[in-house]
Design a protein around this ligand. Structure first.
Ligand code: SF4
Ligand code: SF4
Length: 288
């Protein structure tokens, strides 16, 4: 049987911020949102091999071969100038991985791992790969004690979640805004599916954590925070809620002019949510 492969922008062998414990993280390329605040905008699009980045590479790591851009990692110094010139928010350094290659990597690092997380971009745009990878891991005698998590924007419809949940231990899900118009402005998509995903995943016992990004004057306003509190209370007061703080690192376009979220305001909102009854609210350890 031919197992699906993935287009990957980065693999971290160890991370302690992408789910519980220490995790190997696959960042898949491609996203179905176009978030103005995205701090990794070059993960959004799949390369169309236009070739614009080739002359921008100072080390000759990029070349056009047979109408396709080819990246030579041995000549790359990770200066990221290719990302700056790409007109569609893509990345010529994206590489293809097989499930066998991922399993080998996981096996090699297993003594130090609690599990793996598939992130993005938007991980679920490559759902067949995730389902196959997690399925193989759950059948593997040597790997099935590792947990399998997905980091998602929640846009996946319920029927598609149902195909991957039997092999998934948990999902970290972002809610960008409760106001549908604001959500649309921030992401290019409406929020109904995201809210439905959060409710569905919670009902299935698979919602590990909700994440909410505080953008001053937009998503930190009282009306949004009240709706966030009501939404989480309705799911479970003990649900893990991680507040993130908007910062400028990596962002492009109009979001560069937005004010950064300040620690005092983030802590004030966290306190308000705790007073409102939420018992597992976390805030950023650092602001950069
Ligand atoms: S990061 Fe991009 S531009 Fe820089 S050396 Fe590598 S391929 Fe070339
Ligand atoms: S990474 Fe961007 S600039 Fe480079 S070939 Fe692909 S689409 Fe064109």
């Amino acid at each position: 049987m031919n197992l699906p492969e993935a287009k990957v922008s980065k693999i971290l062998n160890f991370s302690c911020v992408d789910g519980p414990g220490n995790r190997l993280v696959l960042f898949l390329q491609g996203c179905n949102f176009a978030c103005l605040n995205c701090h990794n905008p070059h993960t959004m699009a799949l390369c169309n091999h236009c070739g614009d980045c080739v002359p921008a590479c100072p080390t000759g790591a990029l070349s056009m071969i047979g109408g396709r851009v080819v990246h030579d990692p041995t000549r790359c110094d990770e200066c990221d100038q290719c990302l700056e010139v790409c007109p569609i928010n893509s990345n010529p350094k994206v590489f293809q991985v097989t499930i066998g290659e991922v399993l080998e990597l996981v096996q090699r690092n297993k003594p130090f791992l609690n599990g793996i997380t598939v992130s993005g971009g938007e991980a679920t745009t490559q759902l067949k790969f995730i389902t196959a990878l997690f399925g193989v891991m759950k059948q593997s005698v040597s790997l099935r004690d590792l947990t399998c998590f997905i980091d998602s924007n929640g846009y996946l419809p319920e029927f598609a979640w149902r195909s991957v949940l039997p092999y998934t231990d948990g999902v970290m899900l972002d809610i960008k805004s409760f106001d549908c118009d604001l959500h649309c402005k921030l992401t290019g998509r409406t929020n109904e599916r995201v809210l439905a995903s959060a409710r569905f995943l919670h009902a299935e016992g698979k919602l590990h954590e909700l994440r909410y990004l505080l953008i001053p004057g937009m998503t930190d306003v009282p009306a949004e925070i009240d709706r966030l509190l009501d939404f989480v209370l309705d799911l479970s007061p003990g649900l893990n809620l991680r507040l993130n703080a908007f910062q400028h690192h990596g962002v492009r376009g109009e979001a560069q002019d937005w004010p950064a979220a300040e620690k005092d305001r983030v802590e004030e909102i966290a306190s308000q949510l705790r007073r409102g009854g939420l018992s597992n609210v976390t805030t950023p350890a650092v602001y950069i």
